[in-house]
Ligand binder design. Structure first.
Ligand SMILES: Cc1ncc(COP(=O)(O)O)c(C=O)c1O
Length: 390
């Protein structure tokens, strides 16, 4: 029963609760009913952060003077560490004083950037399929949401010639995300050059959301590596996946000083800095050497082989060269859409697989399995699916 006559703001009607927020509640309910649910849906790393990172967090949390509010722009040590990380792995030069802004995860950056650049009615280009937050945040900001299609036949890259045919005069922002989630596709420098030229030609801010570049990917790429990219592009990055620190909420925005200032103007009115021990421990994480990434990836590689076997049992087609933390696969034609297959597996053998439709209608013939499940559990899931299918 409604306790009063208060209605939420209209913008609440434009978005729904995040799919995984609803789905996790359903999976919890099924577990409480005694079902042995295996969740292969969400990209939430189960592996721990590096021991030295945890030790630093413990040490710094025990210090008495580390518990106050922190600077809005992150401590200098953190900005320096982010800068060196970009130099080492992406060969990008950043001024730590004003070209990098630590964030509480890259997800919050999507909101800050949108609020910093987009007026109600401005156009925002959002990939289909794509990470759902780009679209929902655009709706909350009352932007004019313009989906652009990603197609398997174009290696899941935007078709810029098609986009050029549209009226782009009111478009302010374009979201891209390479290495791509959910498709696992990668972009090369040629594409990054083209998209930067496209952004400059049409005065569209290009944002590359880049949290997956260290997962099952041979060479890390940043859009900011392209000459002149910083003039028009912003890159979001994150330690959630690369360092198994998703719950810590640490990410960063990198761009030119002016753009960073706009983002800061929004962000500094929303939070009051990041817990200092967490920032200092993040510095340790960013200083880890290449062996860290190798060890993490060795495990993901084993898991991916098992997930391929599961996809084979489901008669799904996939590209062996995908990057990132998921396997994205086309479902057999007998299914009208991925929801049908996902429900069959969930209710038939208590295994949850993400249906691709949640990433947009171009994903409806695909499913996505996360590599954030250990090998024993993946074996169990495989066994259950095999039994169901026989
Ligand atoms: C494409 C993409 N962008 C951003 C995020 C958010 O990551 P973070 O934990 O850094 O907020 C995710 C998380 O799943 C993602 O898949």
């Amino acid at each position: 029963m409604q306790a009063n006559n208060i209605q939420p703001a209209n913008r609440i009607g434009t978005v729904e609760e995040y799919y995984f927020s609803i789905k996790l509640k359903e999976l919890d309910k099924l577990r409480k009913e005694g079902k042995p649910i295996i969740n292969m849906g969400i990209g939430n790393p189960d592996l721990p952060p590096a021991p030295e990172v945890l030790a630093e967090l413990n040490k710094q949390s025990s210090a008495e003077n580390n518990h106050g509010y922190q600077s809005y722009v992150g401590i200098p040590e953190l900005r320096e560490a982010m800068t060196s990380w970009y130099k080492t792995y992406y060969q990008v030069d950043i001024n730590p004083a004003n070209e990098v802004l630590p964030l509480m995860g890259s997800k919050e950056g999507i909101m800050h950037i949108t609020l910093a650049f987009v007026n109600p009615g401005d156009g925002v280009l959002v990939p289909n399929p794509g990470y759902p937050t780009y679209a929902s945040v655009s709706k909350i900001a009352e932007a004019n949401l313009i989906h652009y299609d990603l197609d398997e036949n174009n290696n899941w890259l935007p078709n810029l010639d098609e986009l050029e045919k549209q009226d782009l005069s009111k478009v302010k922002l374009m979201w891209i995300n390479y290495p791509n989630m959910p498709t696992g596709a990668n972009a090369d420098n040629k594409f990054f050059e083209q998209i930067i030229a496209f952004g400059k030609k049409h005065n569209i801010v290009i944002v590359n959301d880049n949290p997956y570049s260290f997962i099952l990917n041979d060479s890390q790429k940043s859009i900011l590596n392209i000459e002149g990219a910083k003039d028009i592009a912003i890159e979001l990055n994150s330690l959630s996946k690369s360092h198994n620190m998703a719950g810590w909420r640490v990410g960063m925005a990198v761009s030119n000083p002016e753009f960073i200032q706009y983002i800061l103007r929004v962000k500094s009115n929303m939070d009051s800095g990041m817990f200092k021990p967490l920032q200092l421990a993040t510095v340790k994480a960013l200083e880890l050497d290449k062996d860290w990434y190798k060890t993490v990836n060795a495990e993901y590689l084993q898991r991916r082989m098992l997930v391929h076997e599961i996809m084979d049992l489901l008669e799904c087609d996939y590209d062996l060269n995908q990057t990132g933390m998921f396997v994205w696969a086309r479902i057999p034609e007998q299914y009208k859409n991925s929801g049908e297959l996902s429900d069959e597996i969930l209710y038939g053998c208590d295994v949850f697989i993400t249906p691709g439709f949640i990433f947009g209608d171009k994903g409806k013939q695909y499913i996505r399995i996360s590599l954030c499940t250990n090998q024993t559990v993946l074996q169990e899931a495989k066994q259950r699916i095999k039994t169901l299918k026989n």
